[in-house]
Design a protein. Sequence first.
Length: 123
Amino acid sequence: MILINYSDRRPIYEQVTGKIAELIIQGVLAPDSQLPSVRSLAMELSINPNTIQRAYQELERRGYIHSIKGKGSFVSPRNSYASEQEQEILAELRRLVERAARLDMDLTLLQNIIIQYEGGETP
């Protein structure tokens, strides 16, 4: 589920945060499902519990999870974190469109790709 890459330049808590966020976005971790306790996940990954606590705090700050005192951490409903993801996608799409325009690429090609996805087709 979560693999730590010790040669990755990112801190371990960022790797954990990223992987859990990815699992939530992909639907592997469903809304309202409970996350493992800080202690159990730390033992499973053989890392310091403070590292997991920091990752959970970051996930909560970003709206991916919420905590219930005495019960644990739970995946938030999709609308809590979707807007952040949508903003990141839009920013990335803008960068790609600007790059394509600088290359004098036919922007209708990009438009057609988006329309194909909207219709459920894969180009």
